[in-house]
Design a protein around this ligand. Sequence first.
Ligand code: SF4
Length: 313
Amino acid sequence: MYPWGNQRRFNSFAEYFKKQFGGRVQKLAIDAGFTCPNRDGSKGMGGCTYCDNDAFNPSYCHPGKSIITQIEEGIEFHAKRYRRASRFLAYFQPYSNTYAPLKKLKEIYAQALSFPEITGLVIGTRPDCIDENKLEYFRELSGSHYVMLEYGIESCHNRTLKRINRGHTYEDTVAALEMTSHFDLNSGVHLIFGLPGESREAMMYEAELLSALPVKNIKFHQLQIIKGTRMAFEYNDRPEDFIQFSLDEYIEFIIDFVENLNPAFVIERFAGEVPPRFLAGPGWGLIRNDQVLTRIEKRMEERETWQGKKYQV
Ligand code: SF4
């Protein structure tokens, strides 16, 4: 038995959710039509060099449809696919879902919470798109619903953040996480491995940096370079600046990383899954996330290791 109360070798999101909600809860992706300050000129133009949000949206999730319609269609879609799905988290995923005046956020999130099947909100955003008034509103909601603020932080290294044109710093990340924790809200972070200019050691150091921060959930992605993005051109010009992990290399790397990670962090995802037709880089073919997870867990067992094995407070 590990500190997280079960026999899996990492603090698993699925098990955490079962404990939290007492059964299956499905996430419904919603596109509420937000933009982001890195696209509209207030922070930058053109967005992060790897950004192509269109690659990630499921078919029912489209800003041309109202939030009510997206939720109705999403519930129907998941009810067919997973017969037992009866409770959902509204996952506001694309772009920056706190990047609007508070009044507008209230209108949007009230629509989602008007469905009795929606037990909570997961709100994807950037560390520089949050403030105390918004967090106070989310704290009020968290009295009756699950609320998670999910921050795309991508890297803890300012040099990388600059190179990928993120338009925010690691200090912004730390401030957002500390503020969110101050309001007693759940915060998740999203990290990408393989960004240009980052060595394996630089990525590994992020386990130490993040482990000291008030993070609840964490998601990892291997860098997947999407065709047509600025990063695809950069990769074409300077491939030597990128560590593109093969699947086997990534499995060893992510296990090393997780060994150094705070065992209190719930791991929500180890890797990303983008259809190979979108990719400019080599990719891993058609392997699904659940297959990658099975391989990671098997390898953890072979290596007789677990999350936090090498973590030092
Ligand atoms: S913050 Fe997100 S939506 Fe905005 S440009 Fe970057 S990846 Fe795209």
